[in-house]
Design a protein around this ligand. Structure first.
Ligand code: NAD
Ligand code: DAU
Length: 352
């Protein structure tokens, strides 16, 4: 059975919007995408500007909250949804520390609702792909890698809520036989990322000559993956991954935060010339650490590599240059996001 009507949740966010662009460009996907997004502060329809025209009849949008089960059931029935790719989530760790409530509702209850809707359409339903994070595994010391078998030890409200949703997805597979796949990915970067996350925040601050906040000693390590490589991995798993299985996705690109921040400064100095304060590295400011800050993440993605022949294509050096150029060239997008201009437009265009 093929995917005919794919519900993509959170498709106006960073990875979701990149995924929709990616998937509609793939020759081996001929179905329709129904993008279900609440349009929170992180959801921006600008990310998919022109998509209806580029792919006539293949992209539909519903502004809806995944916490509303009745609405999810109705959307499943109306569009004949036969597969889900579930991105929608509250995604920012710092926000989860300040105000965890929305993380519990969206990430846990929202996922539960989608699973229920899928279960009640079980006859035609062929795949629930759940997008998750390496943060569910907790923090590593100097050595070692997260494997699919690493015990869950989430440390922030964000990662605890994501962990809970992963368990629910796997429970629906075991208990009800729902066809599911799960992927746990490392840190993404690339175009359309909301400038609260490290790379776009530092890029835009450095461009404007503002301070560059680095938490703690700046030596925390993340494993970075270019967003298009993540999209490619997701589609690979959706097509060929074994149902009921979990796949780790990573970039084989462990970097300390301070190294990334310095790299961004140097590339911007090179592309645009020095800022008014001289080298942009002068703007680096060490600030109070994030509470419970995980020290190191690193991913073993050999299962995905060996079973499904996937590996990342973009190097960090080329990916970061592409990303910085994108932020420099898309000042209109940046301006609208930074001054919140699109929020009032959303309220005029869409009701929830
Ligand atoms: P994002 O914050 O950029 O986008 C989230 C999207 O979900 C937004 O469009 C938002 O409007 C929507 N949304 C939020 N609450 C909703 C609700 N209740 N109902 C419907 N829509 C809602 O997030 P992202 O960085 O694109 O992450 C997408 C997914 O990938 C998340 O599940 C996240 O946990 C996971 N992930 C992210 C990364 C990363 O580095 N960004 C890495 C691994 C996994
Ligand atoms: O690992 C996957 C996760 O990556 C995803 O599940 C999350 O949705 C995504 O937000 C991301 O989480 P992080 O907390 O790792 O990303 P963030 O960009 O917020 O921070 C990256 C690192 O940089 C982290 O060690 C904290 C640090 N940092 C972050 C910010 C925003 C700073 O030093 N200064 C900052 O201003």
């Amino acid at each position: 059975m093929e995917i005919k009507n794919l519900m993509v949740t959170g498709g106006c966010g960073f990875i979701g919007s990149n995924f929709i662009q990616y998937l509609l460009g793939q020759g081996d996907f001929t179905g329709r995408i129904i993008n279900v997004d609440k349009l929170t502060y992180a959801g921006n329809p600008d990310n998919l500007e022109g998509i209806e025209k580029d792919y006539p009849g293949r992209y539909l949008f519903e502004r809806a909250d995944i916490c509303n089960l009745e609405r999810m059931e109705e959307i499943f029935s109306r569009y004949g949804i036969n597969a889900v790719c579930h991105f929608a989530a509250e995604s920012h760790v710092d926000r989860s520390i300040k105000d965890p409530g929305a993380f519990i509702y969206t990430n846990i209850v929202g996922t539960f609702n989608l699973l229920e809707a899928a279960r009640s359409h079980a006859g035609d339903f062929i795949l629930f792909h759940h997008i998750s994070t390496d943060e569910v595994y907790g923090s590593l010391g100097k050595e070692g890698l997260f494997k699919e078998t690493t015990p869950y030890q989430p440390t922030s409200p964000y990662s605890a809520a994501k962990a809970s949703s992963d368990h629910l997805v796997r429970a629906y597979n075991k208990t009800y036989g729902l066809p599911v796949t799960v992927s746990n990915c490392s840190n993404n970067y690339g175009p359309y990322q909301f400038p609260e996350k490290l790379i776009p925040l530092i890029t835009l601050n450095a461009k404007e000559g503002e301070k560059l906040p680095v938490y703690g000693d700046g030596r925390n390590v993340r494993d970075w993956l270019y967003v298009e490589d993540h999209c490619d991995a997701i589609w690979t798993i959706m097509k060929s991954g074994r149902r009921g299985e979990t796949y780790n996705i990573g970039g084989n690109m462990e970097m300390e935060n301070i190294v990334i921040v310095e790299m961004i400064c140097d590339i911007l100095d090179e592309i645009t010339g020095l800022g008014s304060n001289g080298p942009r590295r002068n703007l680096i400011t060490f600030v109070t650490d994030r509470p419970g800050h995980d020290r190191r993440y690193a991913i073993d993605f050999s299962k995905l590599q060996n079973e499904l022949n996937w590996s990342p294509k973009e190097s960090f050096e080329s990916g970061i240059r592409k990303t910085l150029s994108w932020y420099l060239e898309n000042s209109e997008w940046v301006g609208r996001v930074k001054n919140n201009e699109y929020r009032s437009w959303i309220s005029e265009q869409y009701t929830l």
